[in-house]
Design a protein around this ligand. Structure first.
Ligand SMILES: NC(=O)C1=CN([C@@H]2O[C@H](COP(=O)(O)OP(=O)(O)OC[C@H]3O[C@@H](n4cnc5c(N)ncnc54)[C@H](OP(=O)(O)O)[C@@H]3O)[C@@H](O)[C@H]2O)C=CC1
Ligand SMILES: O=C(O)CCC(=O)C(=O)O
Length: 447
């Protein structure tokens, strides 16, 4: 690691050492900026790294709400407004019991570089709450969302900060949040993305992250003269990102062998076709059930309680699409031993640092989430543009723009990596390409 980056990281470890996910994400980025920092002393002179690793603002607030038994519940809400050098803060809201400041700082930090890679004018932010939507009635989710927005509304705005969904926040939650915002401010602002089609949403936003990740992987495969046709693919998760990754990979001719949830994984040796995916979507998006029900429904499929997909079957391509640190060194070794040659992250930081190093060392094509899952936020940017112009593009138009953006991100990461002598290192390329634009804007804007 470059000595300037090393100093900044050591200082951060001393002051924020307990924030392990945040330190992990900063370590990955700083480790790959070395050659750029050596070549461009202006970043050290302007103390860019010191400024980039501290959020511009982090808001923590209480969310009291009333459950169906009439009892008062209290959760903690957060919005981490990380960097606004190239546009308003932009990034999702996560509702999950594990949410804390470390997780939201890592997600906000990643979002800064990801949004820069999209080429759209969006800064980086992230937020959420330790609220657990599982097992809650629609009325309870609404009560919680309304209470959250009673505080959040004063910190966001179409040119200030535009939240969206993430784990545990889908169309239902965005509806309750947007309804409450509109009630309070009496204005139909484009203040959230992932909205429903009848009230300002964009076609293809639900599909965008999963489709985008598959488009990105297809570009990686193309560099070795390959495609998805006939490839075996392991996908984790069964939420928004996983569902549309399954759909697009299957459309491109792949056989997707797995999906999972936080309880376990299913392996289906016959592949997950359109009918099986429709079952998963109904199970997860409507019934809000567990993935093990898939194995009860489809003969040939097997459920593995408490296990992730990576050591359960051999594959050509792996796409972790559930959560952070869900693919570790043992998983990476098993994947490589089984012949996997491409890993494309759909989730944010699903691969541990040592597993990433193992993939890179074994010449596996590996794309970091900040590049390959950027299709979601990019299409959120397209939703903001449509709202600003007060019009709606067709699904075909949005999908074509998304596809073009993913090809551009792939090429930007690849070219930046080649410029610094490591043409196949998408981690280095994505970090350098994402960093440069934000850092140069920070210098232009002064301190
Ligand atoms: N939605 C988007 O547009 C974008 C999402 N991402 C990232 O993609 C990932 C998935 O998000 P998304 O699909 O939207 O979220 P969803 O809530 O729709 O789905 C999340 C999936 O991951 C599983 N999961 C959640 N936490 C854990 C855990 N601790 N261990 C194992 N499995 C877990 C869930 O299982 P269960 O059903 O049991 O909860 C579910 O299957 C996240 O990393 C998110 O940050 C990145 C870019 C954009
Ligand atoms: O669409 C957005 O604004 C947020 C997407 C997101 O949270 C992410 O890219 O991780």
């Amino acid at each position: 690691m470059n000595s300037y980056a090393q100093r900044v990281l050591e200082n951060l470890q001393q002051t924020n050492g307990n924030e392990k996910e945040f330190i992990q994400s900063v370590t990955e980025v700083l480790a790959s900026l070395g050659k750029l920092l050596d070549a461009q002393p202006k970043y050290e002179k302007n103390k860019i790294l010191e400024r980039m690793v501290v959020p511009e603002r982090a808001i923590v607030f209480q969310i009291p709400w009333v459950d169906d038994k009439g009892e008062i519940q209290v959760n903690t809400g957060y919005r981490v407004q990380f960097n606004s050098a190239i546009g308003p803060y932009k990034g999702g809201m996560r509702f999950h019991p594990s949410v804390n400041l470390s997780i939201l700082k890592f997600l906000g930090f990643e979002q800064v570089f990801k949004n820069s890679l999209t080429t759209l004018p969006m800064g980086g932010g992230k937020g959420g709450s330790d609220f657990n939507p599982k097992g809650k009635s629609d009325r309870e989710v609404m009560s919680f969302c309304q209470s959250l927005m009673r505080e959040l509304y004063r910190h966001i705005g179409p040119s200030t900060d535009v939240p969206a969904g993430d784990i545990g926040v889908g169309a239902r939650e965005i509806g309750y949040l947007f309804g409450q915002y509109k009630r309070i401010v009496n204005s139909y602002d484009s203040v959230l993305t992932g909205k429903g089609l009848n009230w300002g949403g964009s076609l293809i936003r639900p599909e965008a992250t999963g489709y985008g990740a598959v488009y990105f992987a297809a570009e990686m495969l193309k560099t070795r003269g390959m495609s998805f046709e006939g490839r075996k693919v392991l996908i984790s998760g069964s939420g928004n990102v996983a569902q549309y990754a399954v759909k697009k990979a299957t459309e491109l001719g792949a056989k997707v062998l797995s999906v999972s949830d936080s309880n376990g994984s299913i392996i289906d040796p016959d592949g997950i076709d359109a009918e099986k995916l429709a079952f998963i979507q109904d199970l997860k998006n409507v019934k809000r059930g567990r993935i093990k029900e898939y194995a009860a429904k489809f003969t040939g499929a097997k459920y593995y309680e408490g296990q992730r997909p990576w050591q359960l079957a051999k594959c050509d391509v792996a796409m972790p699409c559930a959560t952070q640190n869900e693919l570790d060194l043992d998983d990476a070794k098993a994947l490589v031993a089984g012949g996997c040659f491409c890993v494309c992250e759909g989730a944010n930081m699903p691969t541990t640092l040592d597993a990433t190093t193992y993939f890179l060392g074994n010449k596996v094509m590996f794309s970091p989430g900040k590049a390959s899952n950027a299709g979601g936020v990019a299409t959120s940017g397209l939703e903001m543009s449509q709202n600003a112009m007060r019009l709606s593009w067709s699904a075909k138009e949005v999908d074509e723009k998304l596809h073009g953006i993913m090809i551009n991100i792939h090429n930007a990461a690849r070219n930046a990596a080649a410029e610094f002598g490591e043409p196949d290192n998408y981690v280095m390329g994505a970090n350098i390409a994402g960093f440069r634009k934000v850092a140069d804007a920070m210098i232009d804007l002064g301190i």
